[in-house]
Write a protein that binds this ligand. Structure first.
Ligand code: NAD
Length: 277
């Protein structure tokens, strides 16, 4: 039984990146609380699998292989949502890709690609959902940013950081424009949540996990399921006065301002120790 404050029965949620990771966890959590789901992912087979899990809960689903970098495909997605559900109450704007390159080597085409995906694509999703929510007079958008939205990461994250910085300003602008018309817009900024690409990077560099953990007071990396409660809160009327917020989901990382991992970190720590001894 769902607590009435968090009951999403009758609401329709559009969630991108729904085939795995944070998107999958968000979609399942919303369905568990009663929402019907449009599951969006270029990994159509993966999204279909998650849809099966959600239909088993008794919810309705739509599955779309939309590339969220393409505003035309996004417009088509929302036309499908209109036809199948006739409303949009929540957007989980989650799918996204990074690109690693040192600033001096970053190809401008790659920078454009990252911006097309994380900035233009996220905005186009907000715009399509927002138009419908404004017409309804109600709705909630959860953009996914990153700890890279507000702290520098180093390790070749220049393109990703620049784009994720834009995502939090997009969130603040949209909230300021839309919240008096019933549409709330918030941004969740995770620290390291284990997903297949992060797991591969940690396998390639055995020191990486330890360096991440130095920045996480809670003492563990994130699990995709860590977003479930927050997603339900933001989709429900329980968060009616929360808008324009940038919400860390980071085990305390931002509080200790520990986002980045400069290459010379070990050297600095050793020098400091030597000087204090
Ligand atoms: N995992 C982390 O540590 C972390 C931290 C901060 C922010 N984020 C951000 O959170 C979001 C989700 O991360 P995750 O860990 O769940 O990732 P993930 O790689 O586990 O899942 C991403 C999903 O999005 C889909 N996808 C990617 N690009 C797409 C596109 N252009 N169109 C349609 N589908 C697309 C993929 O197929 C995949 O199913 C990303 O935007 C990521 O940058 C992740």
């Amino acid at each position: 039984m769902t607590i009435p404050l968090f009951d999403l029965t009758g609401k329709v949620a559009v969630v991108s990146g729904a085939a795995q990771g944070l998107g999958q966890a968000t979609a399942v959590a919303l369905a568990q609380c009663g929402a019907d789901l449009a599951l969006v992912d270029r990994n159509l087979a993966g999204a279909e699998t998650v849809a099966g899990e959600i239909r088993a809960l008794g919810r309705r689903t739509l599955v779309a292989g939309t590339n969220v970098s393409d505003p035309n495909e996004i417009a088509d997605l929302f036309r499908q949502v209109d036809r199948q559900f006739g409303r949009v109450d929540f957007l989980g704007n989650i799918a996204g890709d990074g690109h690693l390159a040192q600033p001096e080597d970053l190809a401008i085409e790659d920078l454009h690609r990252v911006f097309q995906n994380l900035v233009i694509g996220r905005f186009a999703m907000c715009q399509q959902a927002g138009r419908r929510m404004l017409a309804q007079g109600a709705g909630s958008i959860m953009n996914i940013g990153s700890l890279a939205s507000s702290t520098a990461l180093g390790r070749g994250h220049i393109a990703y950081s620049m784009a994720m910085g834009a995502v939090i300003q997009m969130t603040r602008e949209l909230s300021t424009e839309w919240s008096h018309r019933g549409v709330r817009v918030n941004c969740v900024t995770p620290a390291q949540v284990v997903n297949p690409s992060l797991a591969a990077r940690m396998q390639d560099d055995p020191t990486l996990e330890g360096r991440f953990l130095k920045g996480i007071p809670a003492g563990r990396l994130g699990d995709p399921r860590d977003i479930m409660g927050l997603a339900v809160l933001l989709a429900s009327d329980a968060s009616a006065w929360i808008t324009g917020a940038i919400i860390p989901l980071d085990g305390g990382n931002l509080a200790m301002n520990a986002g980045g991992t400069p290459g010379h970190q070990q050297h600095v720590v050793q020098t400091f120790r030597a000087e204090s001894e």
